[in-house]
Design a protein around this ligand. Structure first.
Ligand SMILES: Cc1cc2nc3c(=O)[nH]c(=O)nc-3n(C[C@H](O)[C@H](O)[C@H](O)COP(=O)(O)OP(=O)(O)OC[C@H]3O[C@@H](n4cnc5c(N)ncnc54)[C@H](O)[C@@H]3O)c2cc1C
Length: 415
């Protein structure tokens, strides 16, 4: 990783904003395709993968849920293979612990059928439908009437993957640089970045192309580059509880409920971590700041902007019941654990301690719908800005395939 540079002028310079796993995978792809090109990754934090990329469930999805033919389905399937190969090459722990999606009530069976149909269409390897007894063989402590089993679903530490990509030396990573604006100067782009809180004036970094992989800030950064996205970014916190070590045996692998098809979130699940811990979560509550990891993290400017957006108000009007359900589970440990115990009946409140939390960047469309698929936009003069506008789960699984997809757009002929 490089130190400070003076103003940089380079005829083939691409600046990637955001050193999360998507930005780093994109930078790696760009630098690999054209080793003579210069690629610089900027991030406002002092470490790579400081936000979503190291605050997630660590699941390497096999493509079970996604609408066949969607970008999510295509890039998840391709990304999983690329990720596994990368972990193999770089000796990063990659554990194929398998996953079950469990129906606990007959009314969930049609939704489980649809999940099985999608998983088969997405050619999820070794997929099986199992009954109560079959579930018991896989997860002896789980309870359900039917399940879909994906033995190839895996777990990994995405923070470790991100740090490994950044350490390959293929591109510069400049940490502690908060991008404040992106503007055009004749045929070039000028990225202004504040280097630390005490910096007098922002540094001006010139580039031929800019790629925005800003996660929770993708909408603001895109607007600054002249795009008028119709989407609004809404921050949803996902909270976890953790099984006490002597209760970790309750889950051998990953145990998921049948998700509500109206929401892109997959429901509170039991997630085994690399290293052996088992987390229960994440729920989905509105965060009060873009990086609102706790209830006490409040950003009034973010709240004012969000509440003024028609997209947010429409979303809230339709989903307030689901919002209250999640809020209640966030405020009451007993309720949260009671709901999780539908999957693992032996679970009690005394079995868990507070776990980590992550904040999802979820784009909401102008009609208030939560955007389900990945969204990448190309704009600017001759299309020299590409922005990853919506990259929710499974974007960590898919990161290397998203990197290829974005690089294709960055290197495409001028728009
Ligand atoms: C609770 C939770 C559970 C999840 N579980 C899974 C899972 O099991 N499997 C899976 O595949 N996916 C999962 N995801 C989704 C996955 O983590 C994300 O989709 C993925 O990490 C997105 O990566 P990213 O690089 O786009 O964003 P991020 O990791 O958020 O990176 C964006 C970066 O941009 C930087 N940035 C923002 N603004 C600026 C600025 N102005 N200047 C400079 N830098 C800036 C930020 O500091 C940050 O480092 C989960 C997400 C959450 C929150």
């Amino acid at each position: 990783m490089s130190g400070c540079h003076a103003e940089v002028v380079n005829a083939r310079h691409t600046v990637v904003i955001g050193a999360g796993i998507v930005g780093l995978a994109t930078a790696r792809e760009l630098a690999t395709r054209d080793p003579s090109a210069r690629v610089t990754v900027l991030d406002k934090e002092s470490a790579v993968a400081a936000h979503q990329s190291s605050h997630n469930s660590g699941v390497v999805h096999a493509g079970v849920y996604y609408q066949p033919g969607s970008l999510k389905a295509q890039l998840c399937i391709e990304g999983r293979l690329l990720l596994e190969e990368f972990c193999d090459d770089h000796r990063i722990d990659f554990e194929r612990c398998g996953k079950v999606v469990v129906a606990t009530d007959p009314h969930e069976l049609p939704a489980l059928d649809e999940i099985e149909r999608r998983a088969r269409a997405n050619m999820v390897p070794d997929l099986r439908r199992v009954d109560r007894a079959g579930l018991e063989d896989i997860e002896p402590h789980a309870s359900g009437i039917a399940a879909v089993h994906s033995p190839g679903t895996a777990i990994v530490d995405y923070g470790a993957v991100a740090r490994t990509i950044a350490g390959l030396g293929l591109f510069d990573v400049r940490l502690g640089f908060e991008v404040t604006s992106i503007r055009r100067l004749r045929s070039e782009l000028v990225v202004s970045a504040k280097a630390g809180k005490g910096a007098d004036a922002p540094e001006q970094i010139r580039a031929d192309r800019v790629v925005i992989c800003g996660g929770l800030d993708a909408d603001r950064l895109s607007e600054s580059a002249g795009h008028r996205p119709s989407e609004t970014m809404v921050a949803f916190r996902g909270e976890y509880w953790r099984l006490k070590p002597d209760r970790s045996h309750l889950a051998r692998g990953l145990i998921y409920p049948v998700p509500d098809p109206r929401y892109p979130f997959l429901g509170v699940h039991f997630t085994k971590r690399v290293g052996g811990a088992v987390d229960i979560g994440p729920n989905a509550v509105l965060a009060l700041a873009r990086e609102g990891y706790r209830w006490s993290d409040v950003d009034l400017r973010y709240l004012a902007r969000t509440c003024a957006s028609q997209a947010f108000l429409r979303m809230a009007a339709v989903n307030w019941r689901a919002g209250l359900h999640e809020l209640a589970g966030s405020l009451s440990k007993r309720l949260f654990v009671g709901r999780a115990a539908q999957l693992l009946p032996e679970l009690t409140v005394g079995d868990v301690v507070r776990g980590p939390a992550g904040v999802r960047a979820q784009a909401v469309g102008p009609n208030g719908a939560l955007l389900d698929d990945f969204v990448v936009a190309r704009f600017g003069q001759e299309g020299n800005v590409v922005s990853v506008i919506n990259a929710p789960s499974p974007a960590a699984t898919s990161a290397m395939a998203i990197g290829r997809y974005v690089a294709d757009r960055v290197l495409a002929d001028p728009a």
